[in-house]
Write a protein that binds this ligand. Structure first.
Ligand code: GLV
Length: 316
């Protein structure tokens, strides 16, 4: 039986695969995040690790693990930009993530942001809570319609496709851009063309060196002044300073953001920007989905430790 480091508290049902295989779970009682140094120290003495997207699993952590007996890292997230997968592969440490189980939940949240940003829900609620609502006002809190507009999806993976399904119910025309042709209706080969055409742009790409700052000043400048930008992918995909400029100047209409560059710190200019809905990275945050994510990450670790092929194994 193996020792598996679980870096944070997870739903009890999520840990079941580890219990079922009789593994010893190594966990902090206080649920404080491990610092980088603490991770390096802790990983030397375990066979597997279940981590979160907030844990920096870089070369130093992986080397410390591989110098001991670490064989697998399971991240309870679909995004794995926090893990140096190339070094993991070199060291023979398997990496598993949680594809498939959070698509609908994250798409729901993306749609929430599309609606909330377009209809200025945060500003309207702030006014109400602050006692600034003087009564039903014909000309107050006028946002923009979502139904019947053009949705531009950047990236066309599982989550984007779920957003597209939701958009059908709102009679939206759905376009999508991806690096390679998808063969699906609505494919737009050029990102610039998609940005210039869409009324709502929703980002669904993983964070890689190719997608870092994919949406900067030039790209925001291509968007319509009436357009809404939604990001439920990763913060660094957007240049936040350029986004703040665009919101302040009216270069775009509104933004809905669930992810930020440098989380949990949020750029103060975005905090102050008009027509902006900001959420603390809760895309997959439902009890059901987080339980499935934890379970899948733990199951992947168990599979690798037992010599089985984990269906959620990353193949870099
Ligand atoms: C959430 O952001 C995830 O990658 O699962």
């Amino acid at each position: 039986m193996a020792r598996v480091l679980v870096t944070r508290q997870l739903p009890a049902a999520g840990l079941e695969p580890l219990h079922q295989e009789g593994h010893t779970i190594v966990q902090r009682l206080d649920d404080e995040p491990f610092s980088h140094d603490e991770l390096v120290a802790a990983v030397g003495d375990v066979d597997g690790m279940v981590c979160l997207l907030t844990d920096p699993i870089d070369g130093a952590v992986l080397r410390a693990g591989a110098a001991g007996r670490l064989r697998v890292v399971g991240t309870a997230a679909v995004g794995f930009d926090n893990i140096d997968v190339a070094t993991a592969a070199e060291l023979g440490v398997a990496v598993c993530n949680t594809p498939g189980v959070l698509d609908k939940t994250t798409a729901d949240l993306a749609f929430l942001l599309i609606l909330a940003a377009s209809r200025l829900a945060s500003e309207a609620e702030r006014d109400l809570r602050a006692g600034r609502w003087g009564g039903w006002g014909f000309m107050d809190h006028l946002g923009r319609d979502v139904h019947g507009t053009v949705l531009g999806l950047v990236g066309y993976g599982r989550i984007a496709r779920e957003v597209a399904r939701r958009a059908e119910g709102f009679a939206m025309e759905v376009l999508h851009h991806a690096r390679r042709t998808t063969g699906f209706p609505g494919y737009v080969a050029g990102l610039d063309e998609l940005l210039a055409t869409a009324d709502v742009v929703s980002l669904h790409v993983p964070l890689t060196e190719e997608t870092r700052r994919l949406v900067g000043a030039r790209e925001l400048g291509l968007m319509k002044p009436t357009a809404v930008l939604v990001n439920t992918a990763r913060g660094p995909v957007v240049d936040e300073e350029a986004l703040a400029d665009a919101l302040e100047s009216g270069g775009i209409y509104a933004a809905g953001l669930d992810v930020f560059d440098g989380e949990p710190v949020v750029n103060p200019r975005l905090l102050a920007a008009p027509r902006t809905v900001l959420l603390p990275h809760i895309g997959s945050a439902t009890i059901g989905t987080r339980t499935k994510m934890a379970r899948l990450a733990c199951q992947g670790v168990c599979d690798v430790l037992a010599g089985r092929t984990a269906p959620n194994l990353l193949r870099p």
